[in-house]
Design a protein around this ligand. Structure first.
Ligand SMILES: Nc1ncnc2c1ncn2[C@@H]1O[C@H](COP(=O)(O)OP(=O)(O)OP(=O)(O)O)[C@@H](O)[C@H]1O
Ligand SMILES: [Mg+2]
Length: 274
């Protein structure tokens, strides 16, 4: 599909959502009890293992360096700035990274967006892999976590137990999956999981939580989680995402505020913020 047609589909979807978006903003949860301080809360995960990434592998996998520098970083920094502005307007800190179908670039977008957010001195980011059926964060980063978020959810232990840090990446923490889960929608939809995510969200007001999810049209997971997320970012694969699939996904997610769309091409992501 050409860029032009995708752009028109996005415009149409955006128009269709305008009324819903206004309602959703009005319904945002109260955040009065969150600390208003501009200072960054330290990431209190002193026991979190610090894992080292292989810089050459990260380069190969298009994963940004800690500074989010370089030509590739420019695009993610632009995305970061636009996303943060919208999240701040919404007083939201939990962003679901979504796409209609597989292979659009959700995982890469989630990783690089989280890195770009953490590259800002006054922000922290927590990257959470909730694509439990086809987890990609640990694979792309080359991590072999001993404990995954799915282990915690299954065992009823705090998901923060599975948090890891990445050497050199200040202000960034990662909550990876260790192994794919079959009944992922049930696990995500459990009262325990919802409470755990709410707990992560409420712990530090300044921490942006970026959540990688399965495709919207593939399983119930993304839709189920959209009730817990406060905002969504739609990743559209250039030439890979069909217009009808995009419109159907936007319709399914009509109650979630979509803060923008990433047109993810083979070279660089193009951002459209709402
Ligand atoms: N901007 C980009 N530049 C180059 N390659 C990219 C880009 N975005 C994605 N890719 C490639 O496209 C493939 C799919 O990306 P990714 O795994 O991030 O998609 P996904 O939406 O998470 O897929 P899935 O639905 O399977 O989880 C990967 O091989 C990735 O390297
Ligand atoms: Mg993925």
């Amino acid at each position: 599909m050409s860029m032009e047609r995708i752009s028109r589909a996005l415009e149409l979807a955006a128009r269709q959502r305008e009324a819903h978006a206004a309602a959703a903003i009005a319904e945002q949860p109260q955040t009065e009890n969150m600390p208003e301080t501009a200072a960054v809360a330290p990431i209190r995960a002193p026991q979190a293992p610090v894992l080292t990434l292989d810089p050459a592998a990260m380069e190969r996998e298009y994963v940004l360096p800690p500074s989010a520098g370089g030509a590739r970083g420019r695009h993610y920094k632009l995305l970061r700035t636009q996303v943060l502005r919208r999240l701040d307007q919404l007083k939201a800190n939990t962003l679901a990274v979504l796409s209609p179908k597989t292979d659009a670039g959700k995982t890469l977008t989630a990783i690089n967006l989280a890195i770009a957010i953490a590259a800002e001195l006054d922000r922290t980011a927590l990257l959470v892999d909730l694509d439990l059926r086809n987890p990609g964060v640990h694979q792309r980063l080359g991590l072999r976590p001993e404990l995954g978020i799915e282990d915690c959810l299954q065992a009823g232990r705090p998901v923060s137990d599975a948090i890891v840090r990445l050497a050199g990446y200040e202000r960034l923490t990662v909550l990876p999956v260790r192994e794919p889960v079959e009944h992922s929608a049930e696990l995500l939809n459990s009262e325990y999981a919802i409470r755990q995510v709410a707990d992560l969200r409420n712990r530090y007001a300044n921490r942006i939580i970026v959540v990688d999810l399965p495709p919207v049209l593939q399983a119930d997971d993304a839709l189920a989680f959209s009730r817990t997320a406060q905002a969504g970012l739609m990743v559209v694969g250039e030439g890979r995402t069909a217009r009808a699939d995009l419109l159907q996904s936007m319709e399914l997610l009509r109650d979630l505020t979509i803060v923008g769309t990433v047109l993810n091409g083979s070279r660089e992501p193009v951002v459209q913020a709402y």
